[in-house]
Design a protein around this ligand. Structure first.
Ligand code: AMP
Length: 192
């Protein structure tokens, strides 16, 4: 059976961490539009140049660009996808539904990682400090100013997806404040 899931939640909720664990434990395929956009930037492609400023500010890049990235990945075939950081708007959610339907597939669940804002700020500031200490590059958008914009983008543009997937009977919530392994266990239980 092909199980495709979405991880929903604000920046810093742990979507990337949990997606990484699921790729190891279940051999699922992580599709992170944030990672794809950062790769495009690093490669110096035209698209990377176009999105760099928008991302650094913490705003969403256009639906057209991210839907195009996901379309390209899905065109390579496969199943067992974890959509991490996508969809982020209702238009993206509709597009994802249509792309999966074209492949004869659907969504198994949209898993919301529930957290609170104070924790997010601490986690993101912590992520930047850890990277600095390890001599690794710090994400250009991991700073207080763009975090504010990213949170606002989440509440305005992405949080309506909670209702959208609830209406489709696909929404599942997990406690994103629990330790990483406990969150992973909650997700594992949901996936059966
Ligand atoms: P992330 O790594 O998921 O936190 O994404 C980092 C940044 O990439 C976001 O703040 C947006 O600027 C951009 N981005 C990633 N995914 C999307 C998406 N699905 N729609 C629009 N912008 C996105």
């Amino acid at each position: 059976m092909s199980v495709n899931i979405i991880l929903l939640g604000p920046p810093g909720a742990g979507k990337g961490t949990q997606a990484g664990l699921l790729t190891k434990s279940r051999g699922m395929v992580q599709l992170s539009t944030g990672d794809m956009l950062r790769e495009a930037q690093a490669s110096g492609s035209e698209m990377g140049k176009i999105v760099a400023e928008v991302m650094a500010k913490g705003q969403l890049v256009t639906d057209e660009i991210v839907i195009g990235l996901i379309r390209e990945k899905l065109a390579q075939g496969g199943s067992g996808f974890i959509f991490d950081g996508f969809p982020r708007t209702l238009a993206q959610a509709d597009a994802l539904g249509a792309l999966l339907a074209e492949m004869g597939q659907g969504l198994h669940a949209a898993i919301e990682l529930q957290v609170n804002d104070e924790v997010l700020v601490d986690r993101i500031v912590g992520r930047a400090e850890e990277a600095r200490a390890a001599g690794k590059p710090v994400r250009a958008d991991d700073n207080a100013e763009s975090l504010k914009t990213r949170l606002m983008a989440y509440y305005k543009q992405t949080s309506p997806l909670v209702g959208y997937y609830h209406a489709k009977g696909l929404l599942k919530g997990v406690d994103g404040l629990a330790p990483i392994d406990d969150v992973a266990a909650q997700i594992d239980a949901l996936l059966g």
